[in-house]
Structures are given as C-alpha cells and as structure tokens.
Design a protein around this ligand. Structure first.
Ligand code: TMP
Length: 210
C-alpha cells in the first residue's frame, strides 16, 4: 500500500528572527513525536542548488539584476524539488524546509519590488500545485532583527541591505500570511523563546493530528 503524502512545512522570517534556534526546536519536536522527516533549506538542498546559493549570497562588485536573482532562486528550487522535496513527500516523509517560495515573494517581490504576477507564474511552472501545508512565519520588527543578526558574523549580500529593504520584506511576508490564515502561522518572535516554542508546538500538533 502506498503511504500517504508527508506534510510540507516551511520556516520563514527576516534576518535575526531566531530561525536557526527555532528550526532546532521543530526538528527535536518531530523526532520526539516519531515523525519521519527530511530537513532541508533554500536556496540550496542539493549540490547544484547549494552552488547557486553561494552565487546568490556572495557579495560582488557587479549589481545583480533582480530578475536574474529571481531566476536563480527558482532554478535552485526546481532542482531541489525534483531531487529532495517531491521524493520525500511522496515516500510519506515530512519535509521541514528553512525558507521556500514565501521568501521569494518577500525578498524579490517585497524587497526588490518585482512583480508578484511574475513570481506567481514561475511558482506555478516550477511547483505545479505543490505549496507548503504550513508556513511558520517568525515575525519581528527588522530594527530588532538586524541588531540581533549583526552579532552573528559577516553580512552576506542580502544581510547587507538597508533597514528599508527589510521593512518591505516583513510587510510582504505579513501580507501573504494574513491573506491565507489557514496555511500560515504568524509567530511573534519578540516574545520570550518559551512562548515562541509553545506556539510552534501547537502548530505542529495541529498538523500531526489534522
Ligand atoms: P538564510 O538561509 O541565512 O536565511 O539565507 C538565505 C538568504 O537568501 C536570505 O537572506 C533570504 C534569501 N532568499 C531570497 O532572497 N529568496 C528566496 O527565495 C530564498 C529562499 C532566500
């Protein structure tokens, strides 16, 4: 008998929202609840997609055309879906992905100002009808997020953007989440960590039993 498709969960948010710490929490939660899962990230997740990630994150003298950036993100995603995400879900495993297409709407759409309809077209071409079952959005004022992120080493090409860029990123994330509350959980990342994780656990419980 074929196993039912696994759940697809993504973790999203701007810089310095506590994504790494909370990703570890999600992973431990899934482990302790006996869920078989694959942990991955975007851009990246396969050797080719990880190379594209390096190209995207490297700071460079040349200005990167926003459409070129968008196409690289989706090139990496197409490979990642084919090699990792789709096979895992089809085998019944859950997939927990550190960022996915909501980051494209937020960074390339909100931050860079690209047309959402173009992003939506590429999303449809690359993903067909595959969308995350649940997007866990860690939401935080970017002023606080950037202060937190500054403490964690050298900034990459995205982290080097201005506060105004990250305000647009946050707004784009929130807009998407508010438009489809059944698929998104907006988690206030300014709360104490225990409260953030209590909310994450509640969302995961809902997915496991839903
Ligand atoms: P991170 O893994 O440290 O979050 O870094 C990934 C960076 O890539 C982050 O700054 C957001 C950016 N990004 C995009 O601009 N578009 C995308 O679609 C994805 C997945 C990430």
């Amino acid at each position: 008998m074929q196993s039912p498709r696994g759940k697809f969960i993504t973790l999203e948010g701007g810089e310095g929202v506590g994504k790494s710490t909370n990703l570890q929490f999600v992973i431990q939660w899934l482990d302790s609840h006996g869920v078989e899962f694959v942990q991955t990230r975007e851009p990246g997740g396969t050797p080719l997609a990880e190379q594209l990630r390096e190209l995207l994150l490297q700071k460079r003298a040349e200005n990167v055309d926003p459409t070129a950036e968008l196409l690289m993100v989706f090139a990496a995603r197409a490979q990642h879906l084919r090699e990792v995400i789709v096979p895992a879900l089809e085998s019944g495993k859950w997939v927990i992905c550190d960022r996915f297409t909501d980051a494209t709407y937020a960074y390339q759409g909100g931050g860079r100002g690209l047309d959402r309809a173009l992003i939506s077209q590429l999303e449809q071409t690359v993903q067909k009808d595959l969308r995350p079952d649940k997007v866990l959005l860690l939401d935080l004022d970017p002023e606080i997020g950037l202060q937190r992120a500054a403490a964690t080493g050298e900034a990459d090409r995205f982290e080097s953007e201005q506060l105004s860029f990250f305000r647009k990123v946050r707004e784009a994330y929130r807009e998407r989440a508010l438009a489809a509350p059944e698929r998104y959980a907006i988690i206030d990342a300014a709360q104490p960590l225990v409260d953030v994780q209590q909310q994450l656990a509640k969302e995961l419980t809902g997915l496991l039993h839903g």
